[in-house]
Design a protein around this ligand. Structure first.
Ligand code: NAD
Length: 556
């Protein structure tokens, strides 16, 4: 077991099975999900404790990882472990409805909240970047983002292609933990994708997991393959090795027949965006040795990359920022037209947030894929009239290769999340599911994030930068019985640009778990509905009325 393993980097994998080692399933679940985040099948760079999204870590260092493990195996069902930026700092007596773990990652006092100060503190070993689900232990591999990306491209298809991307070409970049979902999301919508990626190992990984269909030998080959598939209205995804700051402008110059353009390189962190002219092999060393110079070169490259995206928009393509701050970085490099195309949330996602919809997800702690198959059947059975949901669940069952513990994601809204959670808990109680489930979500959700370049861009009442909502969301989840709750800063858009919160609640089949699930899975999306209601969205007002949510300032 973990306490006897040697310190330092080593492959870890979540314990499986129906027998727990910890004193409660909530603590056991937190331990298994921490390990699962670092499973080599799941994490992008597990030796460095990096799960995804540039430098998003699961624990501060290996000594902290071991101490978290020991603590989770030791805590009583009425105790709570405190984790400060990936390091366990205390175990306090609370009560059985309280979370077993409370997590705060990468938070800085606002006036100090920039990358320079963050990196100084990081180098001193005082903080860590938690991304969204890396440091809060509910990352489930690329599937987590796949459904959201699928939804986004479906919305693009509805706008430009009558509901399908067949006969269109999408150009994007980045095949990392999140970005790797793009090719499959495009082909699931019937389209052709060309994805530029600087690191050949990332291309290979997406080919291995079937998220990407083919690798092209350069731009000419990529274009040939894309044009053929497009003419035949055949879905196809093509990876091409190169730097996006070079290849996207080149494709624009050539007048490539591109209909949709976006990007998912790790632009939120200038040290995780490869500048033009720098070799992948030199990347880490150069970024560590000369962070200021590297940052400047990365931003200049991002400006060239974004200028080409604007060029495609000028030429009539559908262009959007996919939540990585690339517009903000390009503007910092002096490119004035960086914000000439919108972010994806105001363009496609906000109406879903108004219904309390967001990336609901769960993992089978048993490790048994049959448990996820049982939850898939339960979802199909619970929501028989939701055709897009059914299409997603069926397609995911066929196409998605599990990474680490079997898991599933689907976007569910107010009311539906609680219903699903309660049904899952019944299935655990009856033995149809063999061990408890960890039920959580991304921080990119309706009520859990303030992020003016992404989730809260262009709010109707101008409240984009108000960060009270994610804090209320975390507090209410703590008060409602979640198993672990987290408050993070930075996430997908970088230091200084977002505040966000997460929750995971364990369904172990008990009545106590049912009570907690009913409250958390109702209250968690409710904060999002109320946030959008307060900002003046009529769709949110209708959702609140339908579900009897009370908003004192909006009652007659
Ligand atoms: P990642 O670090 O795992 O992958 C980024 C990839 O981009 C890497 O494979 C890297 O080699 C590649 N890359 C970097 N610079 C490049 C360049 N100049 N040209 C070509 N390729 C380059 O990150 P990720 O987890 O895939 O996340 C990507 C971005 O999306 C991050 O900024 C993340 O914060 C953001 N994000 C968006 C969402 C969303 O819902 N839209 C959600 C989470 C994260």
């Amino acid at each position: 077991t973990p306490p006897t393993t040697p310190p330092g980097p080593r492959p870890v994998r979540a314990p499986r099975g129906t027998v727990r080692t910890a004193k409660s399933w909530a603590a056991e679940a937190a331990m298994r999900m921490l390990y699962n985040n670092l499973d080599p099948e799941v994490a992008e760079h597990p030796d460095e404790l990096i799960v995804y999204g540039g430098t998003g870590r699961a624990a501060r260092d290996w000594a902290s990882f071991d101490a978290i493990t020991r603590s989770l195996l030791d805590i009583e069902p009425d105790e709570t472990l405190l984790v400060q930026s990936g390091r366990p700092v205390g175990i306090l007596r609370t009560h059985e409805w309280a979370p077993r773990v409370l997590i705060a990652n990468a938070n800085l006092v606002p006036d100090w909240a920039d990358w320079e100060e963050f990196r100084r503190l990081d180098a001193l070993g005082l903080t860590m970047y938690g991304q969204m689900t890396a440091g809060s232990w509910i990352y489930i591999g690329t599937q987590g983002i796949l459904q959201g990306t699928y939804e986004t491209f479906a919305a693009v298809a509805a706008k430009i292609g009558g509901g399908s991307l067949a006969g269109t070409v999408t150009l994007t970049a980045g095949l990392g933990g999140m970005g790797g979902a793009q090719p499959l999301a495009v082909t699931m919508n019937g389209g052709v994708a060309i994805v530029v990626e600087a690191d050949p190992t990332r291309i290979q990984r997406r080919l291995d997991t079937r998220y990407l269909d083919e690798r092209a030998d350069g731009v000419d080959d990529a274009l040939r393959r894309a044009e053929r598939a497009r003419a035949e209205r055949r879905p196809l995804s093509i990876g091409v090795l190169g730097n996006a700051a070079d290849l996207v402008p080149e494709l624009l110059r050539r007048g490539a027949p591109v209909d949709v353009v976006t990007d998912q390189t790790s632009a939120h962190d200038p040290l995780a965006y490869l500048p033009s002219g720098v070799d992948v092999a030199d990347w880490r060393r150069y970024a560590a040795a000369e962070p200021a110079e590297f940052t400047e070169r990365a931003r200049e490259s991002m400006a060239a990359h974004v200028a080409a995206m604007v060029g495609f928009a000028d030429a009539g393509a559908e262009v959007f920022d996919y939540g990585n701050s690339i517009r903000a970085e390009a503007r910092r490099a002096g490119y004035a037209r960086a914000f000439d195309f919108p972010g994806f949330v105001p363009a496609y996602i906000r109406p879903l947030f108004c219904e309390g919809k967001g990336p609901f997800r769960w993992a089978a702690l048993s490790g048994d894929p049959a448990d996820i198959a049982a939850t898939d059947r339960a979802v199909l059975d619970l929501f028989p009239d939701d055709e897009p949901l059914a299409r997603w669940i069926r397609t995911a069952g066929e196409k998605v290769a599990f990474q680490g513990l079997p898991a599933r994601i689907c976007w569910l809204g107010q009311g539906d999340r609680a219903q699903a959670g309660l049904r899952f808990n019944e299935l655990v109680a009856s033995g149809e599911i063999s061990a408890p489930l960890a039920i959580g979500r991304d921080h990119l959700d309706t009520g859990s994030v303030a992020s003016p370049y992404r989730e809260t861009e262009g709010m109707r009442d101008g409240s984009d930068a108000i960060a009270d909502w994610p804090l209320l969301n975390a507090l209410v989840n703590t008060a409602s019985g979640a198993s672990w709750v987290s408050i993070h800063h930075g996430g997908g858009v970088g230091i200084g640009r977002s505040v966000h919160a997460g929750q995971v609640t364990v369904a172990d089949g008990t009545d106590l778990a049912a009570g907690k699930l009913e409250r958390v899975l109702g209250n968690d999306p409710a904060t999002g509905v109320l946030r959008h209601l307060d900002a003046g969205y009529p769709e949110a007002e209708r959702t609140a009325a339908r579900h009897g949510l009370r908003a004192p300032m909006h009652e007659d």
